[in-house]
Design a protein around this ligand. Structure first.
Ligand code: HEC
Length: 142
């Protein structure tokens, strides 16, 4: 069991990864990140900008790490988006955002504890061309 107690934190390691190598994401604290999708969402996520809304049950995980000046790798937060059934949250286009710190501490989850602390995720993602999903810079796509 992961420290956060979240099932996703335990299982995403076995899901499909869509980036070739970890790349630096300035929108996620300038850390190196990976893009991972669960079985319900992988085929649809792989259509990138061309697809329709992603299926309910899709889980997108983005883990992160930083490299210190001395070359030490330091774990960063885990960023999660889950596509919930219609009516979950109009503002987020029915996505539930969750931010998990490396020690397992959950900062917030949309419509749950700390919801206000993850509202900034929505403010940025909602401007995406396709269903609040922003994908991966082209040069890092599988
Ligand atoms: C300033 C804009 C911005 C904010 C704020 C932001 N994101 Fe993102 N997010 C992006 C962009 C751009 C991408 C795709 C490329 C990248 O990672 O740089 C992305 C990708 C993702 C992905 C991979 C799925 C996808 O869209 O392709 C997840 C999961 C994710 N973000 C979760 C979060 C969570 C959770 C938060 C809040 C804690 C958050 N993001 C805050 C801009 C943002």
């Amino acid at each position: 069991m992961s420290a956060s107690g979240l099932e996703i934190a335990d299982s995403y390691g076995a899901w499909e990864q869509f980036n070739t190598v970890a790349y630096k994401s300035y929108t996620h604290g300038g850390r190196f990140v990976n893009n991972i999708a669960n079985g319900d969402g992988a085929a649809s996520y792989g259509e990138y900008e061309d697809g329709a809304a992603l299926p309910v049950g899709t889980v997108l995980a983005k883990d992160s790490f930083a490299v210190s000046g001395k070359g030490t790798v330091v774990a960063g937060p885990l960023f999660v988006m889950e596509k919930m059934p219609a009516g979950f949250d109009a503002e987020s286009q029915d996505w539930r955002y969750t931010l998990v710190m490396p020690n397992g501490n959950v900062i917030g989850t949309t419509n749950g504890a700390g919801s206000g602390d993850v509202a900034f995720c929505i403010d940025c993602h909602v401007y995406a061309e396709r269903d609040s999903v922003l994908f991966i810079p082209e040069e890092f796509r599988m």
